[in-house]
Design a binder for this molecule. Structure first.
Ligand SMILES: *[C@@H]1O[C@H](CO)[C@@H](O)[C@H](O)[C@H]1NC(C)=O
Ligand SMILES: *[C@@H]1O[C@H](CO)[C@@H](O)[C@H](O)[C@H]1NC(C)=O
Ligand SMILES: *[C@@H]1O[C@H](CO)[C@@H](O)[C@H](O)[C@H]1NC(C)=O
Ligand SMILES: *[C@@H]1O[C@H](CO)[C@@H](O)[C@H](O)[C@H]1NC(C)=O
Ligand SMILES: *[C@@H]1O[C@H](CO)[C@@H](O)[C@H](O)[C@H]1NC(C)=O
Ligand SMILES: *[C@@H]1O[C@H](CO)[C@@H](O)[C@H](O)[C@H]1NC(C)=O
Ligand SMILES: *[C@@H]1O[C@H](CO)[C@@H](O)[C@H](O)[C@H]1NC(C)=O
Ligand SMILES: *[C@@H]1O[C@H](CO)[C@@H](O)[C@H](O)[C@H]1NC(C)=O
Length: 456
């Protein structure tokens, strides 16, 4: 654990690797459960390895100049493929997949010269910045890549094109940012996630600190105190139960869902490095997810008028109410299981999310439809973050924390994805990796959903 980070001015210490959305314990837990055929891990894995964006013959779509509005999908699809293939390598140990992932990343590094097309270029820099860095982070011990110039060129692309843009944006140097609150939270949260991810990938303490400090103390909406804009009391409670109104609540719920997704990713990337942003300022992220989940489940929430000098909102927006992004396994496993926190609405939203995804597991990028909104996060929470009671005990033991409080919520069977899983994989718990590929599982076939809001 990277505890020296907590002390300002401490000498740089080794970063944890793999140290972002996927930790080594996430990988070993997933591998163990897949090998045993346990769900939801096995069914989720079967889905991951079945999609186009996880195949070793996937062909990179790298372009010289990437305009998000016309061909953004080339980058977000390739980022998903690079990540999925890197995961396949980590879990299956077959170098063919690592080489395929490295090929995609390297082709972008050798081709891309600029993200163009006006302000939307920042969205690519942020969203695909953190996704690409997460893919590369998984490959850093694949020596044919890591020991070659290719890894250097991938890191250089991420620093020169993505990180430079992330920092420029968060420094509010873009003309339209004379009002530092001009851009909605999702824009800045994406930059923060990217800065942190590239900081770990390049082992650059300055970069990492910039991201963490911005999250805590930035002046724009990527600071958690602005992203979760107002703390309100939950209706019907008199015991001081708090909720956190999101900065985009008065805009629509699709973007609010995206903010939750990005906050969860930021929290996880930090947690893997031993930095507790999830708990920062009275677990402000959780207060935000509880507010979002309660409202999107159909219940009322208080709304504090929002005015940033550009928009003025006096009521919460019901547009795209019920929006789903695959992020609730992560929030549940962290807050309810690891922290033992009370998170009734977040727990309920995990069930809603699982139902949306077909009942068995939360999807991942490339598995549940096309359009930018399906690629703003990498997902696969049921594969990477779902924990049974034994898993939780291991996590808590490694943290040196007594398991007493958390085991109470460890196996909330009503919420456990495994308990509602269906499909062929569940019937055969000794399925080899290869035969899992042909397993028939429930998958969404529609691209029409309340969540596919464009990322603006
Ligand atoms: C297979 O599943 C059965 C029933 O759930 C369980 O009792 C058994 O331990 C499992 N075997 C393995 C190898 O996971
Ligand atoms: C590795 O994966 C490739 C591509 O799927 C496959 O052709 C090959 O047989 C696998 N190798 C092993 C040792 O499983
Ligand atoms: C670390 O990143 C910062 C930007 O965050 C950059 O200015 C600096 O040159 C980098 N340091 C190294 C050693 O690459
Ligand atoms: C927060 O940022 C302000 C400047 O924007 C700075 O004066 C202050 O020291 C920072 N606080 C912390 C705790 O970093
Ligand atoms: C607060 O009260 C609500 C019911 O009004 C209850 O469900 C909840 O568990 C209480 N929370 C705490 C922290 O006591
Ligand atoms: C925590 O949130 C409160 C209430 O919004 C705010 O006043 C305070 O500055 C925040 N503290 C930190 C350390 O961010
Ligand atoms: C251990 O878990 C507790 C929460 O139970 C957390 O506050 C603490 O930061 C964790 N420590 C490490 C080193 O991860
Ligand atoms: C699983 O299947 C393989 C191949 O069919 C077989 O060799 C192995 O003994 C089986 N393991 C269990 C625990 O049933």
């Amino acid at each position: 654990m990277r505890l020296t980070l907590l002390f300002a001015g401490a000498a740089a210490t080794a970063f944890v690797h793999p140290g972002l959305l996927v930790s080594s314990s996430d990988l070993s837990r997933a591998s163990r459960h897949i090998a045993a055929g346990d769900n939801p891990w096995a069914a989720s894995w079967a889905d991951l390895i079945s999609i186009t964006y996880s195949q070793p013959n996937y062909v990179s779509q790298a372009v010289h100049e990437l305009d998000r509005d016309t061909d953004g999908q080339y980058l977000w699809q390739d980022a998903a493929a690079a990540f999925n293939l890197a995961l396949r390598w980590k879990i299956e140990g077959n170098a063919t997949y690592a080489a395929a992932s490295a090929r995609i990343l390297t082709s972008w590094a050798k081709t891309l010269t600029a993200l163009i097309g006006g302000d939307d270029a920042y969205l690519s820099a942020g969203l695909q910045g953190y996704e690409l860095a997460n893919a590369a982070e998984l490959l850093r011990d694949f020596t044919p890549f890591a020991d070659s110039d290719d890894f250097t060129s991938v890191k250089k692309m991420l620093e020169d094109i993505f990180l430079a843009s992330n920092i420029f944006f968060l420094d509010h140097l873009d003309g339209s940012e004379h009002n530092v609150l001009h851009f909605y939270a999702n824009w800045e949260l994406a930059q923060v996630a990217s800065v942190m991810a590239i900081g770990v990938l390049t082992e650059n303490q300055t970069t990492w600190d910039f991201g963490v400090n911005y999250f805590k103390n930035g002046s724009g909406n990527g600071c958690v105190n602005n992203a979760v804009y107002a703390i309100v009391e939950e209706p019907g409670t008199t015991n001081g139960t708090l909720l956190g109104q999101g900065q985009e609540a008065g805009r629509d719920q699709g973007h609010s869902a995206m903010d939750v997704q990005l906050l969860a990713a930021i929290g996880k990337q930090a947690w893997t490095q031993g930095v507790d942003l999830y708990g920062y300022n009275n677990s402000r992220i959780l207060l935000g997810t509880e507010y979002f989940a309660r409202y999107n489940l159909g219940y009322d929430v208080p709304f504090v008028p929002y005015d940033n000098g550009i928009v003025s909102q006096t009521v919460i927006s019901s547009a795209s109410r019920g929006a789903i992004r695959p992020t609730w396994e992560l929030l549940y496993s962290h807050y309810v299981q690891i922290k033992g926190a009370s998170a009734p609405w977040t727990s309920q939203y995990l069930k809603t999310s699982l139902t949306f995804f077909g009942g068995a597991f939360e999807g991942g990028a490339g598995s549940w439809g096309e359009g930018s909104g399906h690629y703003d996060g990498l997902g696969w929470g049921s594969l990477l973050y779902h924990m049974d009671a034994e898993d939780l005990a291991v996590v808590l033991a490694s943290n040196g924390t007594a398991s007493a409080t958390a085991t109470v919520s460890a196996v909330d069977a009503s919420v456990s994805a495994g308990s509602v899983s269906t499909g062929a994989a569940a019937a055969n718990n000794n399925t080899s990796f290869a035969s899992l590929a042909t397993t028939v599982i429930v998958r969404l076939t529609t691209t029409v959903c309340p969540c596919a809001t464009a990322s603006l």
